[in-house]
Design a protein around this ligand. Structure first.
Ligand SMILES: [Zn+2]
Length: 132
């Protein structure tokens, strides 16, 4: 069991930019095509911008044709937590960081094989650690 990270709203506000705070702590969505990781193929590992937990590898990133970074699997099933989101008149599966509850994005079942999953993730919730 991963140890949970909990911080006050004020502490998150100090640590994060306004955009990062809005997305991760208020379940916001960044505007289409604006995210810094939307259209890149750099090799590395994407970590939670809030707590640094490993979330996605660049090899699981693919061009989904949507306006946000998309992955077909997380680093580890335990790194993300899935919740039912009924906001905005839709029933969707919300993806959160399992360690600090940061809102990351949503999960859809129209991704490529082998998983058939599409993790549609906000760039603002990620921090790419590049590797050679
Ligand atoms: Zn986190």
């Amino acid at each position: 069991m991963t140890e949970k990270i909990e911080k006050t709203e004020a502490a998150w506000r100090v640590q994060l930019t306004e955009q990062q705070y809005h997305v991760t702590r208020e379940a916001g969505t960044e505007a289409p095509f604006t995210g810094q990781y939307d259209d890149i193929k750099t090799t590395g590992i994407y970590r939670c911008v809030c707590c640094g937990q490993d979330l996605f590898r660049s090899k699981a990133k693919y061009d989904s044709g949507t306006a946000w970074p998309s992955f077909w699997e997380p680093v580890d099933q335990r790194s993300t937590a899935l919740m039912t989101d009924q906001s905005q008149g839709m029933v969707r599966t919300e993806v959160r960081c399992s360690r600090c509850d940061a809102h990351l994005g949503h999960l859809f079942e129209d991704g490529p094989q082998p998983t058939g999953m599409r993790y549609c993730i906000n760039s603002a919730s990620l921090d790419l650690d590049t590797e050679e």
